[in-house]
Design a protein around this ligand. Structure first.
Ligand code: C5P
Length: 398
């Protein structure tokens, strides 16, 4: 249970997505959270307090004037012992209210009186989301440090399509888990490469590999969650940029090399997850190769720059982490790679298991030896890898 003992005040506001808050309560409780629920009057019209009470296993609060709290200070007490206030769904009206600091019902009052963080999962019609008034409120709330879980674009309950659809409960749960990650890399600057590269053969053909970019994107996301400022240099992949990460898109190894050089200054950590092509064509054809000649084309190759080895060999190099995707003899190859590239840490995996998959099983090799990270989702593996990196940096300081 990843959220064991975390104390959450779950605020529910009025919107059709309120029914999803019930599944979220269940998931949070299952993850080990203590979930106290406060609902607006409108929310109780969509889902009953009895439902929420049964799922949370504790009293649900709806009324600013609830006499059950002896000194009538419920608006302060109910959020004071919490680690996070989470509002799901957060309606346009409620966001407007808290952007202004109004406190005319129990939930808005608890939000205003809290000492902990606030995360909101907005849900509203696309026109309401796009309305300049809502956008203005969102800017204000972001400036105030409010964290947003979503929304996403998609089909809406009103029949329209667009931005404003609430994230699914499991996605909100993932955002909550991310929020609670220890800030092990606060103040650090992390540079990550991810995905494959593409080496042109002619104007329409390329040499590439089947790296999906998932591991590198997970590393970038985990570094951001750990409090780092993150730049992600990515080859061509179909993945969304993790929240708060600066992304630079490239195609070839040479372009990736150029962007790494440009972004390197000031980086504390360089994590080279990209599956960089080792070879490129000496001279790509400037016109599309035609089949009609009847002759198989002859391709002449030359080596690409080794980006990781170049970064690691620099004076004042950042802490470098290499990846080794091997098809056999993982340990032997990873150790050899660590020495050859001159990096303190190599994360190794079996290429046939890791490429494109959602899970991974990394083994780390450093000066102290071998450390298995077990098997699990790539984001989980990335978090463990970064915890190891933070530990190594901490030890190096002593
Ligand atoms: O030598 P090999 O390609 O197996 O090494 C893998 C590691 O080196 C990965 O971290 C990869 O990102 C990095 N690499 C690189 N530039 C290359 C080739 C690999 O940075 N041209």
């Amino acid at each position: 249970m990843t959220l064991t003992g975390k104390r959450i005040l779950l605020g529910v506001t009025g919107g059709i997505a309120a029914y999803k808050a019930a599944s979220l309560v269940r998931a949070l409780v299952k993850s080990g959270c203590d979930v106290r629920v406060a609902m607006t009057e409108a929310a109780t019209r969509f889902v009953t307090p009895v439902t929420m009470q049964a799922l949370a296993g504790q009293t649900v609060w709806t009324d600013l004037w609830d006499p059950r709290i002896a000194d009538n200070m419920s608006h302060i007490e109910l959020s004071r012992d919490r680690d996070l206030v989470l509002v799901v769904p957060a309606s346009a009206d409620f966001l407007a209210k808290i952007a202004l600091g109004l406190a005319d019902d129990l939930l808005a009052t608890l939000v205003l009186a809290r000492r902990c963080g606030l995360m909101v999962a907005p849900a509203m019609n696309v026109e309401m989301w796009d309305n300049p008034a809502t956008q203005r409120n969102l800017r204000t709330l972001r400036e105030d440090g409010v964290v947003f879980a979503g929304p996403a674009a998609g089909d809406q309950a009103c029949g329209e399509t667009g931005m404003g659809r609430m994230l699914e409960p499991e996605q909100i749960l993932a955002e909550v888990e991310a929020w609670f990650q220890p800030k092990l890399l606060a103040g650090k600057r992390v540079l990550v490469t991810a995905g494959p590269t593409e080496e042109p053969i002619d104007p329409v053909r390329v040499i590439t590999n089947s790296s999906s970019g998932k591991m590198g994107f997970a590393v970038a996301r985990a570094a951001r969650e750990a409090g780092a400022s993150v730049t992600l240099i990515s080859g061509p992949v179909a993945l969304a940029t993790p929240e708060g990460v600066a992304r630079v898109n490239v195609r070839s190894a040479q372009q990736m090399f150029n962007e790494v050089k440009a972004a390197l200054e000031g980086s504390d950590i360089f994590i080279s997850v990209a599956a960089v092509a080792d070879w490129k064509l000496k001279k790509p054809f400037d016109k599309k190769i035609k089949k009609s000649s009847g002759l198989a084309p002859v391709l002449e190759f030359e080596e690409n720059p080794d980006i990781l080895a170049w970064v690691a060999s620099r004076k004042n190099a950042p802490f470098c982490v290499g990846f080794a995707a091997e098809s056999e003899k993982v340990e032997e190859n990873a150790k050899a790679k660590r020495a050859k590239k001159g990096v303190p840490l190599i994360a190794a995996n079996l290429a046939q298991e890791a490429l494109g998959a959602d899970d991974n099983a990394l083994t780390l090799f450093d000066a102290r030896g071998k450390h298995s990270l077990g098997r699990g989702p790539k984001l989980e593996q990335a978090r463990k890898l970064l915890a190891h990196v933070a530990g190594m940096l901490q030890k190096a300081k002593r």
